[in-house]
Write a protein that binds this ligand. Structure first.
Ligand SMILES: *[C@@H]1O[C@H](CO)[C@@H](O)[C@H](O)[C@H]1NC(C)=O
Ligand SMILES: *[C@@H]1O[C@H](CO)[C@@H](O)[C@H](O)[C@H]1NC(C)=O
Ligand SMILES: *[C@@H]1O[C@H](CO)[C@@H](O)[C@H](O)[C@H]1NC(C)=O
Ligand SMILES: *[C@@H]1O[C@H](CO)[C@@H](O)[C@H](O)[C@H]1NC(C)=O
Ligand SMILES: *[C@@H]1O[C@H](CO)[C@@H](O)[C@H](O)[C@H]1NC(C)=O
Ligand SMILES: *[C@@H]1O[C@H](CO)[C@@H](O)[C@H](O)[C@H]1NC(C)=O
Ligand SMILES: *[C@@H]1O[C@H](CO)[C@@H](O)[C@H](O)[C@H]1NC(C)=O
Length: 489
């Protein structure tokens, strides 16, 4: 009892108070996750990632005058911890512009090159400190191919005299149809004008970051600024904080090859793709600043074996990543209730996991499934006011989650390269039916601002969250029984 009180006092003094009524799972000062063979380890031994995407953490954790909501943050972190989640993939970047830009996280962390929004940075501190108390580690995503956080396109725009960004069709919450109460939706995708170029055209604009020296310089300055940060809540230097497991170059960097079809699967090898030297340069730069933490690229790995191996084989990339998007890649149709539709999605996912596990074994590195999702049974919403109502059931989603998570668990237990899963994305207490934009135009759904809110959201009471949770319990038990022998081969 006394020891516990002293520990509590000590942790209070260190600014790492244990949440009341909970056993401490806090991450110790030197407990960095490391890679050995095809596996991750921490001080407790073999480490499996029961993860989830929670990209808006820094904004939710910001002060209310900066669009945050502390009580929602705490509620949702507690919910996720209660489900056994030990890893969150969060944004550690978002870029603004000299003029307000649509379709993106607002307010941004980086308002202009060198100009930070301190309340949002403080939000990132709070997010990490609260995660640490709950034993959750982070993937810190440092850039973005897509428009929803500013990302590459914003750096390119800054570096080219504020060139207008050619946006692809994106969700506009204020477009018709509108509900009676202003700010509650529904909106629609933009279909015309400067805001609706083909996706490939946008991607090619964003990919100019691979060859624009000024854009790269500002992007690297951002990386250095985040990594050099000292957490204002718990005093830890970011590069000395084991809560940060991984620095990730960017969300879904794309091949620079002009033949790339952004939403398609598979791409012929192009040894001259500018993506490769870019991964080499940026990952080496990160390694020079963070020798104790891991590095991942954030690749979906949809381009096939050649790209998978080439991107992930650099010595400065610690493990591979995969994102599996069956609807976006045209394999699954959310309005088709048929068993065949579901089965096509499940078969695709199993093949994709099998392929990528084998490719990862070939290059001797672990692989993390850090994005996947499926819509609700939205055929039930087809004639309703909004296609993504939360009232729809989730029969396909649940079956798909069981399959894809089950495939990763089997691979892990059988000595394959997979080390965990991280579905997209936690919406927690958010619901489209009760959404209300804040003063910055945000609703903070699990779906980012360029997409229809509620499409891939995981809500607190969803069955899928129990599937995620069950995974954690099964794997924990397995590690206890067999973990000592599983060093990866
Ligand atoms: C903040 O979150 C709480 C739930 O924790 C919710 O009831 C409240 O409406 C939210 N406030 C705003 C301004 O969104
Ligand atoms: C930059 O943009 C401004 C305003 O659009 C224009 O007047 C100026 O000529 C541009 N400069 C360059 C170097 O393109
Ligand atoms: C969103 O829709 C509103 C209403 O139609 C329109 O005025 C606005 O320009 C649109 N915004 C964008 C970025 O397309
Ligand atoms: C990966 O890199 C190693 C050396 O670092 C090399 O021997 C091997 O051939 C490479 N594999 C692929 C698939 O590029
Ligand atoms: C798996 O790999 C094979 C050949 O390497 C390829 O033909 C197939 O399209 C891949 N499937 C998936 C889903 O990755
Ligand atoms: C959005 O627009 C499409 C195409 O115009 C339409 O079919 C759909 O019903 C609209 N969405 C909503 C939520 O009304
Ligand atoms: C580990 O492997 C050895 C030899 O194969 C076996 O005797 C032992 O029971 C295994 N231990 C565990 C914890 O599985």
């Amino acid at each position: 009892m006394r020891a516990a009180v002293q520990l509590l006092l000590a942790s209070l003094a260190a600014g790492t108070a244990v949440p009341r009524g909970r056993k401490s799972h806090a991450i110790d000062k030197d407990d960095f996750v490391y890679v050995d063979g095809l596996r991750l380890y921490d001080s407790k031994g073999l480490h499996y990632l029961t993860g989830i995407n929670y990209w808006a953490c820094m904004n939710l954790a910001a002060s209310s005058s900066s669009g945050g909501n502390h009580s929602r943050l705490i509620t949702e972190l507690d919910q996720m911890a209660g489900k056994g989640i030990n890893h969150l993939r969060i944004m550690a970047s978002s870029e603004g512009a000299p003029t307000p830009q649509p379709f993106r996280m607002n307010p941004p962390l980086l308002e202009a090159p060198g100009h930070y929004n301190e309340p949002v940075f403080k939000g990132l501190d709070i997010c990490l400190a609260e995660m640490s108390k709950r034993g959750m580690r982070a993937t810190m995503t440092l850039g973005n191919e897509w428009q929803w956080s500013g990302g590459f396109a914003q750096f390119v725009s800054w570096a080219t005299n504020d060139t207008q960004i050619p946006y692809p069709s994106s969700w506009n919450l204020t477009a018709p149809p509108q509900r009676n109460t202003p700010g509650t939706g529904w909106g629609n995708y933009t279909t015309e004008g400067i805001d609706a170029v083909p996706y490939d055209k946008f991607t090619h604009f964003a990919n100019r970051i691979y060859s624009n020296d000024q854009a790269e310089k500002w992007y690297k300055n951002h990386i250095k600024t985040v990594m050099s940060r000292r957490n204002t809540v718990n005093g830890r230097l970011y590069t000395e904080d084991p809560t940060i497991m991984t620095w990730q170059l960017a969300n879904e960097p794309q091949a620079s090859d002009p033949r790339d079809a952004t939403n398609h699967f598979g791409l012929d090898p192009n040894p001259n793709d500018l993506l490769f030297p870019w991964v080499d340069r940026i990952s080496s730069f990160i390694r020079s600043l963070a020798p104790k933490q891991l590095i991942s690229v954030g690749l979906e790995s949809k381009q096939g074996e050649y790209y998978f191996k080439k991107v992930h084989n650099f010595s400065t990339v610690d493990y591979a990543t995969t994102h599996c998007w069956v609807q976006n890649w045209g394999i699954y149709n959310m309005y088709d209730s048929s068993e065949a539709n579901l089965k096509a999605a499940q078969d695709f996912a199993k093949n994709f996991m099998r392929n990528t596990s084998r490719w990862a074994v070939d290059i001797g590195k672990p692989v993390f499934l850090e994005e996947f999702g499926m819509a609700r049974d939205n055929w039930e919403n087809k004639n309703k006011e909004y296609p993504y109502l939360s009232s729809a059931s989730t029969s396909h989603k649940d079956a798909y989650f069981k399959t894809i998570i089950g495939t990763v668990m089997n691979d892990f237990r059988n000595g394959g390269a997979y080390i965990g899963t991280s579905p997209w994305a936690y919406g927690g207490i958010y619901r489209p039916e009760t959404q209300h934009v804040n003063e910055f135009g945000m609703v903070w759904a699990g779906d980012p601002p360029h997409e229809s809110p509620g499409w891939y959201d995981l809500y607190d009471i969803d069955q899928a969250m129990d599937i995620v949770s069950k995974q954690q319990r099964i794997i924990a038990k397995w590690i206890k029984e067999h973990g000592k022998n599983s060093t990866g081969y």
